[in-house]
Ligand binder design. Structure first.
Ligand code: ADP
Ligand code: 5GP
Length: 200
């Protein structure tokens, strides 16, 4: 059977909404999708591995990558730089694999400009109190950094209406099932399927 190019799916949402958790669930459900590993100047958290969670870079290294045009998009978030390496995505999409990005809102809109066909999915926490509980429960951010993330969340939530889909992460498995369904629906778009229909 002929194979389409892979789909690029963008997942955004406030820090602590559960993007990493829901993506991990999604990867258990589907073997046709890869997580795009971003570059960042943020310090690794305990348990994070270079090349798996992020490519951890110095500011100088990150700036060289920008200058060399290596990013599909990049943005500054809570005082650190984050960017999506372009080449692995192009290779995977060309090979027919789907790719999911976990990126913040400014980056998501850059991807929409560069690749308007990529669906933007916004992951919401059930409410702000639960978001704060999850951020505190994760225990990875100092109090001042956590407050910046909560403040940033308010602005991010206002942009949810600009997205193509909204998923509420109350129960992570259910949120992953909705994300799974969105990807399947995107694969059924007529524009992508029409070439499989032959008129005899
Ligand atoms: P993000 O990637 O959006 O910053 P994480 O996936 O790191 O968020 O989740 C933040 C915290 O919330 C983690 O401690 C995670 O275990 C917890 N969490 C994620 N989803 C849920 C959920 N549906 N219910 C309860 N806790 C959750
Ligand atoms: P964290 O520091 O919690 O891992 O991520 C902070 C924010 O940066 C999250 O909203 C996450 O989605 C976003 N992020 C991670 N990688 C990228 C990236 O490559 N580009 C952009 N624009 N944002 C990213």
């Amino acid at each position: 059977m002929k194979r389409n190019k892979g789909k690029l799916i963008v997942l955004s949402g406030p820090s602590g909404a559960g993007k990493s958790t829901v993506i991990a669930e999604l990867l258990k459900r589907r073997d046709d999708i890869s997580f795009s590993v971003s570059a960042t100047t943020r310090q690794p958290r305990p348990g994070e591995t270079d090349g798996v969670n992020y490519y951890f870079k110095t500011t100088g290294q990150f700036e060289s990558m920008i200058a060399a045009g290596e990013f599909l998009e990049h943005a500054c978030y809570a005082g650190n730089h984050y960017g999506t390496p372009r080449r692995p995505i192009e290779e995977q999409l060309a090979a027919g694999r789907n790719v999911i990005l976990d990126i913040e809102v400014q980056g998501a809109f850059q991807v929409r400009s560069a690749m308007p066909e990529a669906p933007l999915v916004f992951l919401c926490p059930p409410n702000m109190d639960e978001l704060e509980r999850r951020l505190r429960g994760r225990g990875t951010d100092a109090e001042d950094k956590m407050l910046i993330r909560l403040e940033t969340a308010k602005g991010e939530l206002k942009l949810a209406r600009e997205y193509d889909y909204i998923v509420i992460n109350d129960v992570a498995e259910e949120a992953a099932a909705e994300l799974d369904a969105i990807i399947t629906a995107e694969q059924c778009r007529a524009a992508d399927r029409i070439e499989f229909i032959t008129e005899e």
